[in-house]
Design a protein around this ligand. Structure first.
Ligand SMILES: Cc1cc2nc3c(=O)[nH]c(=O)nc-3n(C[C@H](O)[C@H](O)[C@H](O)COP(=O)(O)O)c2cc1C
Length: 399
């Protein structure tokens, strides 16, 4: 009899049918769309950030740019602001979503000016409409910091602590603080949030960036009538930054983390979970490919968990003990191994090793020759090889 595979996860008492959540962004900008996403199988959603009605939000056009390799988007820039929609638009939609989809988790992302009444009012209204949790947006890196909010809050631990405690005074549902990566270390803001009683952390928001410059007309990109401003970077390119920050929070002992940044398939999500995330949020990949990507993510996570004989919750934090300091890493020396059957004699490994390495590789009659005593074990050749014919082999006596 085949075992039932448990994809469900529970974070701060909120149970999600699977760990895949839509992040706060255009895919969660309308209730109707969120319900369509739930029909596809998403385990939950974080609403596009809501704000008090007196805060005027005017987006600019265009507001997106991409970094591509051929047709594949590697990185995505935006300087979109929070929702332009009013609370009168939103609150009935939240009620409707929760009524129709009681099993999916709905988290209300909120932002306000730095006033106790504003944050408390937002928290009370959004939880009152039925959200299962709140996410405090202390991390939007564009537009909002100019008004002293967004990432300007995340960059100031005192403000993080102050505002989180205001919200905690009135909250009846779990509160997650969304962390900004635009700071040397996430630890002071995370500690401040936890001191104030935050139930969990969500990381990361976008990384401040400037996508490029049109070299013909000198317009920085994305150009809004010839001018630009700094935006937020997301998508595949930011995953290593997200993983680093999530693992730092995991190493601090934080038990409730929602991992975000560059998740494009089930495997990215599993990586975030192994580093301490219970849920994982997705934005850019859905913007590029639509809600339906979750179908494959669910199927492939199910296969993986079946193969590993694990539940989704078993994954959380499993890789954390293997993150250590540079000083503690093994000094056992490894060298490269060359598999001639897979080699196409392109010579890229030889160029890399002679121009940026240790001249341990040569090509003779289209054959790669390795001088083991010269190989420093850096692994550069394995990364430039297009066929996988270079790999690292185990311990070698030379130190
Ligand atoms: C166009 C766009 C709009 C976004 N709007 C919000 C927002 O309103 N509130 C928020 O907390 N994060 C917002 N984000 C950030 C995402 O929620 C997410 O943290 C970030 O994009 C990284 O995840 P990804 O690599 O899966 O896109 C936005 C991102 C994009 C691309």
């Amino acid at each position: 009899m085949s075992k039932i595979i448990d994809l469900s996860v529970t974070q701060n008492g909120i149970t999600f049918p699977n760990p895949f959540l839509l992040a706060s962004a255009p895919p969660t900008a309308y209730g109707e769309n969120i319900m369509r996403a739930f029909d596809h199988g998403w385990g939950g959603a974080v609403l596009k950030t809501l704000k008090p009605d007196f805060m005027d939000i005017k987006d600019v056009t265009p507001r997106f740019a991409t970094l591509k390799d051929k047709n594949k988007v590697l990185g995505f820039q935006n300087f979109e602001l929070v929702t332009k929609r009013s609370l009168a638009d939103w609150l009935p939609e939240i009620e409707e979503i929760k009524k129709k989809y009681p099993k999916q988790g709905l988290i209300g992302s909120i932002m306000a000016d730095i006033k106790k009444e504003s944050w408390q009012e937002m928290a009370k209204k959004v939880q009152g409409a039925g959200c299962d949790g709140l996410e405090l947006n202390f991390s939007c890196p564009h537009g909002m910091p100019e008004r002293g909010i967004g990432a300007a809050i995340g960059q100031d631990p005192e403000l993080v602590e102050q505002i989180t405690s205001w919200v905690k005074e009135v909250s009846e549902v779990p509160v997650w603080v969304k962390i900004t990566p635009n700071i040397a270390t996430p630890i002071p803001q995370a500690e401040a949030a936890l001191r104030a009683g935050a139930d969990g952390l969500a990381a990361i928001n976008t990384v401040q960036c400037l996508m490029g410059v049109d070299v013909e007309n000198f317009n920085p990109l994305p150009a809004v009538e010839g001018q630009t401003t700094y935006g937020g970077y997301s998508g595949r390119a930011v995953k290593p930054i997200g993983l680093r920050i999530v693992s730092q929070l995991g190493k601090m002992g934080v038990k409730s983390i929602s991992g975000i940044g560059g998740v494009s398939d089930w495997k990215d999500a599993v990586e975030y979970m192994l580093l301490g995330s219970t849920t994982v949020q997705v934005c850019t990949e859905v913007m590029l490919r639509g809600y339906a990507i979750v179908d494959t993510m669910i199927d492939q996570l199910t296969d993986y968990l079946g193969r590993k004989e694990m539940s989704a919750m078993d994954l959380v934090g499993k890789a954390l003990p293997s993150i250590t300091s540079h000083e503690s890493l093994s000094r056992i020396h490894q060298i490269v191994r060359h598999e001639p059957e897979q080699c196409v004699s392109c010579g890229r490994c030889v160029i890399a090793c002679s121009d940026s390495g240790y001249s341990a590789l040569r090509m003779l009659n289209r054959e790669i020759l390795l001088e083991t005593e010269k190989c420093d074990g850096c692994s550069l050749c394995t990364h430039v090889c297009p066929t996988g014919s270079m790999s690292m082999q185990g311990a070698c006596a030379r130190l």
